[in-house]
Ligand binder design. Structure first.
Ligand code: 5AD
Ligand code: SF4
Length: 440
């Protein structure tokens, strides 16, 4: 038993929140906190929240309610709310939920240790500023512990695109790119800890333009430099806006072997009318031509996307255009959502599509996307894929890894092979995973 204080973190939403949570754990580690997966034994509970779609705030309130008993039993338990709900509704959370001691927005995480001190002294503390300094410079990376073979690395944060449905420009703020040398240093550090695959994260990651000694680097340049890091075998990036796929980034997909042939490139809708109303600043045709160029550079690339159905003003014909676009692209994988009005965003005040219509459209779109996904999964059977061995599976002797296309792959292997890239012959496909056997 150590007498370190215990921190329980629950993470909602995107991969950037996963990364942020890790960094907050490290920051609190420097203050003597150890992470726990049991809220009952925690001295501090932190919810890292997401505000992107419906009922986000309600989920946070109901989750907070579940900790009431713990807090009553141990009044010195500290409860914090971080993430995008904290940013958007921090003051309101403080008013409505007296259980909460700390509210911290995504740009203020490096101040979490001080906030904890302030809350210990004054009872409660809130910080939803957008400070000038780079929070990651002030967030320690924790002890040199061994890491899982695949890791996230945030390179860019915030967004200046202002799609009419999206809260990100308000909760994460303006687009900021981290300096290239910090990213390279962090990548080398991750590799020293056993990381083999890095996913570069940003709300608009392909708009990356980080400062470097010889001028700003684009994402393509950053990827090329990362590819030169020994021991780093796989590079991915997410998530991108079609208008920021520049020529060099497209070319990199053909030239950089370590860059995986899998691209998440959301289009949201296949209708030009809706795309315009969404303020996406490109047409469906622009998007399809862009995919042609990417596929010319990297013929085996698999695509993933995001869709919103029932955006204000979306007609039956508009929705049919979305289905048509999906048929043409044949996504390997895609996420689709019913439009949900986000307070403070331009589309929130527009006339809404009927809820039943949204549900019906979502069902039809998902049926098609699932069919494409199943076909893509099925097309892997008989192939031998390089798989990064990640962790034990559910069955005895089984390991789980990732294919180049981010598919989960199950196979029998020695756990000592964790972190190795090995050829696996694919024997069977399910909608969300593959299985096979290590090839000779
Ligand atoms: N309603 C529904 N879906 C949304 N997304 C973003 N904002 C909304 C909203 N208000 C979806 C988009 C985005 C993904 C991360 O979440 O498809 O690409
Ligand atoms: Fe939101 Fe992405 Fe549009 Fe930015 S580009 S406003 S993060 S959907």
């Amino acid at each position: 038993m150590s007498d370190a204080k215990k921190l329980f973190v629950k993470t909602y939403g995107c991969q950037m929140n996963v990364y942020d949570s890790e960094r907050m754990v490290a920051a609190m580690g420097a203050k003597g906190y150890e992470e726990t997966d049991r809220p009952e034994e925690a001295d501090m509970i932190l919810l890292n929240t997401c505000h992107i779609r419906e009922k986000a705030a309600e989920k946070v309130y109901s989750e907070l309610g579940r900790y009431r008993g713990l807090k009553e039993a141990r009044p010195d338990l500290k409860i914090g709310v971080a993430g995008c709900v904290a940013q958007a509704e921090g003051e309101e959370i403080m008013r409505r939920q007296p259980l909460v001691d700390i509210v911290v927005g995504p740009q203020a995480y490096h101040r979490l240790p001080q906030l904890t001190d302030a809350a210990a002294k004054d009872g409660r503390a809130i910080d939803t500023d957008f400070p000038e300094e780079d929070k990651f410079d002030h967030l320690p990376r924790g002890p040199k512990a061994r890491r899982a073979p695949a890791a996230f690395l945030t390179v860019q944060e915030g967004c200046d695109k202002f799609c009419a449905f999206c809260v990100v420009p308000y909760t994460r703020g303006a687009e900021v790119s981290r300096p290239a040398d910090r990213i390279l240093a962090e990548a080398r550090d991750l590799v020293e800890r056993g990381v083999v695959e890095i996913t570069l994260l940003g709300q608009n990651v392909n708009a990356y333009h980080g400062a470097a000694a010889d001028g700003d680097w684009s994402l393509a340049r950053l990827i090329r430099e990362l590819a030169a890091v020994d021991g780093l075998e796989r590079i991915r990036f997410t998530t991108s806006h079609p208008n920021d796929m520049d020529d060099d980034l497209i070319a990199a997909h053909g030239e950089v072997e370590k860059l995986m042939p899998y691209l998440h490139l959301p289009v949201q809708s296949g209708s030009d009318r809706v795309l315009k109303a969404m303020n996406r600043k490109h047409t469906a045709e622009d998007y399809l031509r862009l995919l042609e160029r990417i596929r010319a550079a990297r013929p085996d690339i698999a695509l993933s996307g995001d869709f919103i159905v029932g955006f204000p003003g979306e007609s039956d014909a508009d929705f049919e255009d979305t289905l048509a676009l999906c048929r043409e692209v044949a996504y390997a994988q895609a996420y689709s959502f019913k439009y949900s009005p986000r307070p403070g965003t331009p589309a929130a005040d527009r006339a809404h599509v009927d809820e039943d219509v949204k549900s019906e459209r979502l069902q039809r779109l998902q049926a098609q996307l699932t069919a494409d996904q199943v076909a893509f999964q099925q097309s892997m059977v008989g192939k031998t894929l390089p798989v990064l061995v990640e962790k034990p599976g559910r069955e005895p002797g089984q390991m789980v890894g990732r294919s180049p296309y981010l598919q989960a792959v199950h196979f029998q292997a020695d756990p000592a092979l964790t972190g190795r890239l090995l050829p696996v012959e694919i024997r069977a496909a399910a909608p969300n995973s593959l299985s096979g056997a290590l090839a000779e």
